[in-house]
Ligand binder design. Structure first.
Ligand code: SAM
Length: 351
């Protein structure tokens, strides 16, 4: 088998994940093709030339990948002997150089989830066998991706250029007082789209935030929880207990027409169900007018060519923000708590 990349994604988004990696491989001048099956929860990108899968993995910043949760280079696809899975894994992995640790993943599908017990059980014996060969200073992680308890994609990923979370999924607990499950999207966005240093600098108690399409208040709850004052814009009803927090003002207005009266809005968040291009232009209006410093918003993707739509929207954002001459950030990810949508973080540093 030739060398390939394995990219895991939300089930049903394989074509978007495939289109994305094909696009980036083309940009890098590397030829290959994507193998996908609908709803299998991963994509294989096969390269024609030895070394190319690792080259993509090293050169392409993982944060550029919107539809990929986790990725690895695959050196071997194995059909293991159930009586001795470890020997083969051990002998192969030693020929690829030192790794600092190992990780086991499987597709995030109904059938894949049945492998979680198997992986838990296999962890200890595998650890015992591998520990003498691990080297903590290595940036490589030995990555196992199980298709069933015998079929395995074995390879490596770079710790510094992949998701730090098992299966690329940040699991969060639904707060019992949050008014909707959507609340986890914003919680995850803060954790995944910003790094620790940015969270410390950009999120401060006492900041003002605007939440467009706020009802019933799951996103507002996350802002209030971070000690912000929130203007919530929506014609619907907000959860009563949020109103009682003293940190929230509810405006029954159209989010596309709302103009902030205060000049010190730090955060704009937006979860309105609308055409992604329309939401993108609204976010640009806020950032370019200096109405907010940072924005986190959802782009809903009910259409077929989701990668093409995302590319168009993100290109527009980057183009328009770059014309200001200021430094800016645009990052996007289909988060674990996102469904037919992605979440974007954008900001313009005017200083
Ligand atoms: C997905 S829900 C938001 C859920 C919310 N983020 C939460 O966590 O509870 C979308 C909301 O957008 C609101 N909405 C849609 N179009 C809007 C508009 N033009 N102006 C204001 N709100 C709008 C809807 O009323 C709905 O409450």
């Amino acid at each position: 088998m030739s060398e390939s990349l394995l990219l895991s994604c939300r089930s049903g988004f394989e074509n978007d994940c495939a289109a994305e990696i094909q696009f980036h491989a083309n940009q890098l001048g590397i030829s290959g093709f994507a193998r996908t099956k609908n709803e299998q929860g991963f994509v294989e990108f096969e390269c024609f030339t030895a070394g190319d899968a690792l080259a993509i993995h090293r050169k392409l910043d993982f944060r550029e990948l919107v539809f990929t949760r986790q990725w690895q280079v695959v050196y071997q696809k194995l059909h293991l002997n159930p009586d001795d899975r470890i020997s083969e894994i051990l002998s192969l992995s030693q020929s690829w150089g030192k790794c600092s640790q190992f990780a086991q993943d499987y597709p995030d599908t109904n059938s894949g989830k049945q492998l979680s017990g198997f992986c838990r059980k296999f962890h200890k014996p595998l650890q015992k066998a591998l520990v003498p060969f691990l080297e903590s200073s290595s940036d490589y992680i030995l990555q196992l991706f199980w298709l069933d308890s015998q079929m395995l994609y074995l390879g490596v990923r770079l710790a510094s250029n992949s998701s730090p979370y098992p299966m690329g999924i940040l699991r969060l607990k639904q707060p019992s007082v949050a008014p909707s499950r959507s609340t986890l999207k914003l919680d995850e966005a803060f954790a995944v789209l910003l790094n620790e240093d940015e969270r410390a600098r950009y999120i401060q108690p006492g900041q003002h935030a605007v939440d467009l399409g706020a009802c019933p208040g799951g996103w507002s709850y996350q802002l209030i929880r971070r000690s912000m004052y929130v203007d919530a814009i929506d014609n619907g009803p907000m959860a009563e207990h949020l109103m009682e927090s003293g940190q929230l003002t509810h405006y029954r207005e159209d989010g596309f027409k709302f103009v902030p009266s205060r000049k010190n809005v730090s955060w704009l968040v937006c979860d309105m169900v609308e055409k992604p291009s329309r939401v993108t232009r609204l976010m640009l209006k806020w950032l370019l007018s200096g109405w907010c410093k940072y924005a986190i918003f959802n782009l809903k993707l009910p259409m077929k060519k989701r990668f093409a739509e995302v590319q168009q929207d993100l290109s527009l954002l980057r183009e328009e923000l770059s014309q200001t001459g200021y430094r800016f950030e645009v990052r996007a990810k289909q988060l674990y708590h996102d469904r037919e949508e992605i979440t974007v973080f954008a900001c313009l540093h005017r200083d």
